[in-house]
Design a protein around this ligand. Sequence first.
Ligand SMILES: Cc1ncc(COP(=O)(O)O)c(C=O)c1O
Length: 441
Amino acid sequence: MTQSATSSDRIGQAPGVPPPERLREASWGTIRKLFALEPGSIHLNTGTIGAMPHAVLDTNDRVTREWNGSMRDVYPPGMYTEHRAAIGRSFGVDEDEMVICHNATEGVARIIHGLDLHDGDEVVTTTHECYSVLSNFNLVRNRHGLTIRTITLPTGYHVRAGDILELFERAITPRTKVLAFAAITLFTGTRLPLRRLCELAQRHGLITIVDGALLPGMLNCNLRATGVDFLSGSGSKFQCGPLGTGLIYLRNKIFPEYNSLPLPTFWPVISTWYPMIGSTPPRTRTGVASYNIGDYVQSAGSASIARGAALAKACELWDLIGRDRIERRIMNLAEYARQRLVEAFGESALFSPGSDPALRSPLIAFNPFRDAADAWNIKKYMAFVDRLESEHRIWTRWTEFDVPGSPHQHFAARVCTHIFNTFDEIDHAVKVMVRLAADMS
Ligand SMILES: Cc1ncc(COP(=O)(O)O)c(C=O)c1O
């Protein structure tokens, strides 16, 4: 019996689904069949929760049963050693730098509270961060006297990466210790220039924390090459693992070509591996780890063995299909959706970037209503999203965010594209949204 995600878990067993070794060449129509999608509905809300493939559901169920009431030692499989090594490889990093956690919120909280931050230190971040990031920094402000300097990111079709870099650079002061930002923001779907922001941070000797909740399963990304110090990711969004799964990446050795700064002091809060007497070894100054920091964070009592195995199965599927291919497919669908939304509502209705390809992501936020002032009307957005769901079985969401120079929070409708979506679904959804918005305008 094993907790590992065996390749027998229904990949290739459903009718019309190819064996694992043929997934790399499989058509997107065939790959759609891997997913347990609700028939008759259009899922355009992967930024909140993805759809699990059948093989992932099966792994979760099988491993749950295997360990149910077991007399065996449940602690070793909870270290997820093999899964962390395999998932790490998919993101260009090693097992000692990868942790399976419970979601992006837990991941980022463990990163923020693990840093050595003191009264007078500053973090530069944005008002477009998830509550999970801003509330944890606020806690550190109240507890330890951290100063938080927030940038309000520009919104709209014509935002350029250079504008964003400049805002970050201007906000850095001699007291800044940390630069924290989302890889892809959840409100406007702005893909921040990850490598360039990490380079900026390094020029100023800063620690980088990236909220990468939306990154796993969307981007084909070598985390080491980004130079980031810490990143948390969700397992249940674009990666399509079970709810209650996430990833943490922690830089644990130094590759000067990506980030030559010393490894930051890090306190692994919530750990049953941290020594009960004494402390951890000094951190390495080379490309060879002085200890496995991932183990310190991973070891935190009994673990969700089945969910970890199911997340590993989702990652294995992604590797078989090809993460490069997946990113291209997601972005092809996103470009199509962006173009259709511009045709339907006009460029000025978009809060997401469009003209700078570096900033585009598959999350697109827009105002579907005729009156631009409706962007302040939460009730309209709630009704729009509810009616799409209840009357048309189209799943989207609304978001809220600050806009530079505006006293009001703005609201937007948001759609996301993923590999299981189709061009026809996008056409249908846009047509329905045009009619519904006209009816509500
Ligand atoms: C950018 C971003 N960060 C963090 C989160 C929180 O993710 P989780 O539910 O995995 O904790 C979300 C959720 O939508 C998100 O989009």
